[in-house]
Design a protein around this ligand. Structure first.
Ligand code: SAM
Length: 259
C-alpha cells in the first residue's frame, strides 16, 4: 500500500499550501473565540486530530496545558520530538470514539479542515459525545470547516489539477483527483491526493483519499443538538468576526458550547 502524506509531517504542510503565519493567526482567533464565548479562563485544551499539534505547541509555550489526539504514530512522534518541554501530551486515539485519562478540558479544537474524516451519522454523534465527555460544562469546541460548495459531482475519477511544490532542494509533484461517490452516501465526493516526493535516488509516492462533505452551519447546529451535549453558539467565516457568512471565502468556524 502506498504511504500517506501524513507520514511526512514537514512536507504535508507545504503540499497543503499552508502560508507562513497561518497557524499563529489561527491560535489568536481561537483565543478570541474563547474570550467571547467561554465562561472562564482556558487553561486546558484538547487538540483533536492534532497531528504534531502546531496549535498546541504555541499554546503550550504560553503556559496552557494541551492534550492532542491523533491516530498517526509518525505525527505523534514528530510532535513529541518538536516539543519535549512539558505542557503538551499526545495520545494515539481514533477521534471518532475515544476516552482519555485526563481531567476535563476548558476548550477543544479540530483544525485544518479535518472534520470530514468523520464519515457517517453514527460516527459524527459518537465523536461529539466523546468530545463532550472530556469537556467541562460551558467549555467551547471550535471546528474549522472547509467551504465545499462548487465542487463538481463526478461520475468517474478525474484529474482536477496538478502542481509542483519546491521545498528547498526537494521537489514534490502533486496530482489531485476527484473521485465519484454513491448518491446515497453521506459525503459529497472524494478528493484523492497523490504526491511524488523526489528524494534523491528514491522517489516516494503517497496517496490519500480524503472525504469531502458539504457541511453548512445548519448541519452542525442539528448535529450538536442530536448529540445531546452541545449547542452551536456561533459561526464565523474565515478568520473574521466582522465579515458576514455570505462573504465566506474558503472556510468557516463552528463554535459549540458544552451544555
Ligand atoms: C490535516 S492533518 C491536521 C493536523 C493538525 N491539526 C494541524 O492543524 O496541522 C489531519 C490529521 O488528522 C488525523 N486523523 C484523520 N482521521 C483521524 C481519525 N479518524 N482519528 C485520529 N486521527 C485522525 C491524521 O492522522 C492527521 O494527523
Amino acid at each position: 500500500m502506498e504511504p500517506s502524506i501524513y507520514e511526512f509531517p514537514d512536507i504535508f504542510r507545504r503540499v497543503h499550501m499552508e502560508r507562513p503565519g497561518e497557524i499563529p493567526a489561527e491560535v489568536r482567533f481561537l483565543k478570541e473565540i474563547w474570550s467571547r464565548h467561554g465562561n472562564g479562563p482556558v487553561r486546558r485544551v484538547l487538540d483533536i486530530a492534532s497531528g504534531n499539534s502546531p496549535h498546541g505547541q504555541i499554546l503550550a509555550r504560553e503556559g496552557t496545558t494541551v492534550v492532542g489526539i491523533d491516530r498517526s504514530p509518525t505525527m505523534i512522534a514528530a510532535g513529541r520530538r518538536e516539543f519535549s518541554s512539558g505542557g503538551l501530551r499526545l495520545y494515539r486515539r481514533n477521534i471518532v470514539n475515544f476516552s482519555l485519562p485526563e481531567r476535563p478540558f476548558d476548550a477543544a479544537i479540530l483544525m485544518s479542515e479535518t472534520f470530514p474524516a468523520i464519515a457517517d451519522n453514527d460516527a459524527l454523534i459518537a465523536h461529539l459525545r466523546s468530545v463532550g465527555r472530556t469537556l467541562r460544562r460551558g467549555a467551547i469546541y471550535t471546528i474549522d470547516i472547509d467551504r465545499h460548495d462548487g465542487i463538481e459531482l463526478v461520475k468517474r475519477r478525474r484529474l482536477w489539477r496538478s502542481r509542483r511544490v519546491q521545498i528547498g532542494l526537494l521537489r514534490v509533484d502533486v496530482r489531485e483527483f476527484h473521485r465519484p461517490i454513491a448518491w446515497r452516501d453521506a459525503m459529497h465526493s472524494i478528493y484523492e491526493l497523490e504526491c511524488t516526493i523526489r528524494f534523491p535516488g528514491h522517489p516516494v509516492r503517497t496517496r490519500d483519499l480524503i472525504p469531502v462533505r458539504y457541511t453548512t452551519p445548519p448541519t452542525i447546529d442539528l448535529l450538536a443538538r442530536a448529540s445531546g451535549c452541545f449547542a452551536m453558539v456561533a459561526a464565523y467565516p474565515d478568520l473574521s468576526f466582522t465579515r458576514s457568512l455570505d462573504r465566506c471565502r474558503g472556510r468557516w468556524f463552528a463554535v459549540l458550547r458544552r451544555t
